[in-house]
Ligand binder design. Structure first.
Ligand code: ATP
Length: 202
């Protein structure tokens, strides 16, 4: 899976629709301080399903919506779309039936986030799993935030293990195991209740 284009609309400082074409090989983004370089990387992490506002340098997720400037009013929504070349069919099962994939995330004030893949509504979890299985998720070690190297050096062994799991592409399995454990616990509770009812009937 190769990322080919990132489109930002109303996302942070990118009020007007802006396309970042991602060519093969190395892409460098240069510009003066505060011009929005980090916002681009955050947009990439956000469209992959980031849920932590702090990782977006905000206090709430709606902080990613263009907040207005001297000459432009604030926007009511932000949208990021990521185009992926899937001609080699490397996308995980369920997303692998077309040559290109377009993932869109939109957040609307007081409504929240919605996701689409190739125009179809999907859940946040589906998008997170797609990227987790492809080892490029929002928490992927290939996206390095400012200050993250220092965090890594000071990290506890458990957090370092998460990073290795992400790199090995097994964090999707980890999430599925967690969900299966929750279901198992709910089922155990239900069985206990059934036993109670049966006892009362006996
Ligand atoms: P540096 O080189 O200093 O790290 P940078 O090029 O990475 O800078 P960013 O940190 O990506 O720049 O962009 C910061 C700019 O984005 C600031 O001008 C800030 O005002 C603007 N910004 C952030 N969030 C919003 C928002 N919700 N609405 C409007 N502008 C925003």
């Amino acid at each position: 899976m190769r990322f080919t284009k990132l489109r930002l609309t109303g996302f942070k400082s990118f009020v007007d629709p802006t396309d970042l074409m991602i060519a093969e090989g190395l892409t460098g983004v240069v510009g003066p301080n505060g011009c929005g370089k980090s916002n681009l990387l955050e947009a990439l992490r956000w469209v992959m399903g980031e849920t932590r506002a702090k990782a977006m340098r905000g206090s709430g997720m709606e902080d990613v919506i263009f907040a207005g400037s001297g000459s432009r009013p604030a926007r009511n929504f932000a949208e990021v779309s990521l185009h992926i070349d899937n001609s080699e069919r490397l996308a995980p099962a369920g997303f692998n039936d077309s040559d290109t994939l377009e993932i869109v995330r939109r957040i609307t004030r007081d409504v929240g986030s919605a996701y689409k893949t190739n125009g179809k509504d999907v859940r946040a979890r589906d998008v997170q799993m797609l990227f987790a299985d492809a080892s490029t998720g929002a928490h992927s070690p290939s996206l390095v935030r400012q200050g993250q190297i220092a965090e890594l050096i000071n990290a506890k062994p458990k957090s370092r293990r998460r990073i290795l799991e992400e790199a090995a592409g097994i964090s999707g399995l980890y999430q599925r195991r967690h969900e299966a454990e929750l279901k198992l616990r709910a089922t155990e509770t239900n069985l206990t209740r059934v036993d109670d009812v049966l006892e009362q009937l006996a």
